[in-house]
Ligand binder design. Structure first.
Ligand code: ADP
Ligand code: PHD
Length: 801
């Protein structure tokens, strides 16, 4: 057997009899393949109980005795239950609890060498579990021996967080373990000074012990058995949706654990940094899973993405002149070691305040001198307490800062503003400071950003009629390497359907009718609360009620896209409010299809304006229905017949008066005018209606029936135009701040006279296009072109992010 494997069982992997049985099984399997060396932590919760014991004054002997008794009982009854209770094993375990009692009540040690006394107390946890586990293994035909590392792991005398003396430790461990013919069950977490006083290596230090042993024995592989699937993208206690990382490098894990990923002790990699050791972090609840593989070589496959949350911290600002003195205070060697992110200082210039972030406990020890310093300088030191750092790691940060920008935008949309942003020189990491609850929320949102395809856009589609239904089809068919869409919800006026994993055209047909009742407030709430990082609300309803809700969506950090012309043509104050909300929240409101369906009219006008051009006139035909009607009249079809066919073909609205009134064209021109910055209301437009006065008030059926009374009128008009080689078109014009809309007689061979089908044509006269206008022409109606235009808006938002 040439290979040596180290198995480290954390406290959680030995928490009760069934876990210990599972651990025995793991050892049994492993020991068939390789020489197996075990490292154990104290049974879950035991270190906490021992710490609690060390904080009980001996005057409260009852309380202390209760803990002492429970700990002894807990271990010995496990020994019995697991079949390891030979007389010798029982005596050895009891001897440890006798020792614990004796040390606890040793008043001299407690008072004179308090920290050493406490470490001695803590050591019992690991020593007891090593004895217990070795006894159980031996009883199961796996001959084992407990090894207490206070004899071999040598440290300085920084009790509670001792530093290893590497050479000596390596030599002693090697000597003790090299030729053992039984399975060594070694205590993690503990060592001793040169004077043989027991020390501990810092909370969760057993991982570190395991690495020291791996180094001493030149081991090939090490397994860290714990209670999670491996190293995850975040602590699952904070981020339940955290995902397992398949591979990490030594450098990755060292960086994560130094910044609070508790799954592995920060010093673990130190002794093995240069070795070819492989480390697997595995879940004792799911031994069949492969966990996370950690090795020296750097994996650049994008796996390195994770979040840690550290704290609590204090934050305060002082005039820069005070910063150096405070730094000196922080330099005192007797201060408690508060880890690599114990404190940080930012100084930008002499004139800007210096910003301090420090762990709560560090501040508590410094509060007095700090306040004194502040008083001397006559400033009030105002501190914010209990803040937490959300640290984000990702390989993407090596390439650019885009991920930082995207994450900040995402948090901003969800109403989360960090108190402080800190970008490390090491380009894979940045941190944000928040109050506790916000930190939790931010961690969950960032996790979603990191694990989901960051190119993914989530969509809620309201209205699944002609345009909405087609859009869903287009989204289903859409394929791109850079962007992906996920329709998380759809609704019509009665039903709403949700699915985080994505909805498709077939769901619309099969499932929507079984959905919940549509409740707009609930939809807004759900989209606001969801951890989707990039959401677009698409309104294809044409409903006024929905168009009035856009500010709420924008306020919730949700982009809005719509083919509906309503929102842009409500009162000017509403129009302005939409823009203000969108800009305040960093989200987009897009509506390219409001004019000319799929034709790029609004974007072209904006491009011209942005590049400094001045629009002088906009004119032409922007109603496909009207073009169709006049084309039919040209062919000799009667007015009433043309209207009814337009209705049948779906060009005209269900009540054709909505088109004939000119309202549709008016809304389009008003939208264009406002795009140019004009402040206008619908009433300011001059619009010629094609609805004969006597038919205005009729119901829809009677209107259609009586429309033929006016056929003659339109025939005469058309004949008159024809006699001059002209034809009729319904046109609009915006010039000098005024909009006029109505029927014009135009030469048959002019560009507008030549329009066919549902053709639209808009002429843009500008400073640059003063003589010959820029012309945008094409089909200006129809569900295909409109849905494609909406999809284009969605794509634009996605690419802006
Ligand atoms: N990135 C992370 N991946 C996995 N677990 C993490 C991470 N960050 C923190 N943890 C926490 O680490 C715990 C495992 O460490 P610990 O409690 O010391 O277990 P053990 O007793 O097995 O050593 C997990 O239960 C989890 O809450
Ligand atoms: N028992 C010690 C050391 C340790 O490493 O424990 P665990 O492996 O259960 O995190 C502690 O609780 O800090």
């Amino acid at each position: 057997m040439s290979q040596t494997h180290i198995l480290k069982f954390g406290g959680t992997s030995l928490q009760d009899a069934s876990f210990i049985n599972r651990a025995v099984q793991v050892v049994k399997e492993k020991s068939k393949e390789a020489r197996t060396v075990i490292v154990v932590s104290a049974i879950s919760g035991v270190t906490e109980r021992l710490l609690a014991l060390s904080n009980i004054s001996p005057s409260k002997a009852d309380k202390a005795n209760k803990i002492l008794k429970e700990l002894r009982k807990g271990h010995t009854s496990l020994l019995t239950r697991l079949g390891g209770s030979t007389k010798e094993n029982f005596e050895q375990l009891n001897a440890l609890f006798d020792e614990l009692r004796a040390v606890y009540f040793n008043e001299d040690l407690r008072t004179e060498k308090h920290k050493a006394w406490r470490d001695h107390i803590l050591s019992i946890g690991e020593r007891a579990s090593a004895h217990l586990f070795a006894s159980v293994l031996s009883a199961r035909q796996l001959p084992s021996v407990p090894v207490e590392t206070q004899h071999y792991v040598k440290t300085d005398n920084t009790f509670g967080e001792a530093n290893i003396i590497p050479g000596l430790t390596r030599e002693l461990l090697n000597e003790a373990l090299q030729s053992l013919d039984k399975i060594a069950v070694i205590t993690g977490f503990i060592g001793s000074t040169q004077q043989h006083e027991i020390t501990t290596l810092g909370r969760s230090g057993s991982d570190y012990t395991a690495a020291l042993i791996a180094d001493a024995l030149n081991a090939d592989h090490m397994e860290i058995w714990t209670d999670v699937d491996g190293v995850l993208t975040a602590d699952p206690k904070i981020v339940p949706e955290a995902r397992n990382l398949e591979y990490l490098s030594f450098e990755d894990i060292a960086e994560l654990s130094a910044h609070g990923a508790k799954v592995i002790h920060p010093k673990t990699i130190n002794p093995v940094r240069k070795s070819d050791l492989t480390i697997r972090v595995r879940n004792s609840y799911k031994p069949e899973q492969s966990g996370t593989l950690i090795r020296r070589e750097h994996q650049t496959n994008g796996e390195f993405r994770s979040i840690t949350v550290t704290g609590p911290f204090i934050y305060f600002e002082v005039p820069d002149s005070l910063a150096s003195e405070i730094s000196r205070l922080l330099d005192q060697p007797e201060l408690p070691d508060s880890g690599s992110d114990g404190f940080s200082i930012s100084r930008t210039s002499r004139f800007e305040p210096a910003q301090f972030v420090m762990k709560n406990e560090l501040y508590d020890t410094l509060e007095k001198p700090l306040q004194e310093l502040a008083r001397r300088e006559d400033i009030e030191l105002s501190v914010s307490r209990d803040l937490f750092r959300v640290n984000t790691f990702t390989n993407k940060l090596k390439e650019s800062d885009r991920a930082v920008t995207q994450i900040l935008q995402l948090l901003h949309r969800k109403g989360l503003r960090p108190r402080r942003i800190h970008r490390e020189n090491n380009r894979r990491y940045f941190s944000l400071l928040f109050p506790e609850e916000q930190a939790r929320r931010a961690a969950n949102l960032i996790n979603e950003y990191l694990i989901s395809d960051s190119n993914r856009t989530d969509i809620f589609l309201a209205g699944v009629g002609a345009v909405g239904g087609k859009l869903l089809e287009l989204i289903d068919e859409f394929e791109s390497k850079e962007v992906s869409f996920n329709v998380v919800g759809i609704c019509n006026s009665t039903h709403t359907l949700w699915n985080n994993r994505g909805l498709h055209k077939r769901d619309l047909e099969e499932q929507l009718a079984k959905g919940n009742e549509t409740d707009w407030q609930e939809i807004i709430q759900k989209l606001t609360d969801g951890d989707w990082h990039h959401t677009i609300f698409v309104d294809a309803t044409g409903s006024e009620e929905v168009a009035r809700l856009y500010p709420d969506f924008l306020e919730a950090g949700i982009h809005v896209v719509t083919p509906s012309k309503l929102a842009n043509t409500f009162e000017q104050s509403y129009y302005d409010r939409l823009r203000e909300k969108a800009s305040a929240k960093g989200v987009s409101f897009r509506y390219e299809t409001n004019v000319g369906a799929g034709l790029p009219i609004i974007s072209t006008i904006n491009d011209l304006l942005e590049s400094g051009d001045k629009i002088l006139e906009l004119s032409g035909v922007v109603s496909g229905t009207m073009t169709y009607l006049f084309n039919e009249l040209e062919k000799g079809v009667s007015f009433s017949e043309a209207v009814s066919v337009a209705k049948q073909k779906g060009y005209a609205e269900p009540d054709p008066r909505d088109d004939l009134s000119g309202e549709d064209v008016a809304r389009k021109f008003l939208t264009l005018a406002r795009e140019l910055g004009l402040q206008l209301e619908m009433e300011d437009l001059q619009v010629e209606s094609l609805i004969p006065e006597p038919l205005k008030e009729l119901d829809r059926e009677s209107f259609l029936e009586r429309l033929s009374e006016f056929d003659e009128y339109w025939k005469e008009h058309m004949d008159e135009a024809a006699s001059k080689d002209e034809t009729l078109r319904y046109t609009g014009k915006l010039k000098d701040g005024k909009i006029t809309i109505g029927v014009e007689s135009l030469p048959l061979n002019s560009p507008l006279g030549q329009l066919k089908g549902t053709g639209n044509m808009l002429r843009i006269f500008s400073s640059r296009y003063a003589e010959t206008p820029m012309i945008i022409q094409g089909a200006g109606a129809g569900r295909e072109v409109t849905a494609a235009g909406v999809l284009n808006d969605i794509l634009k938002i996605t690419k802006e992010q």
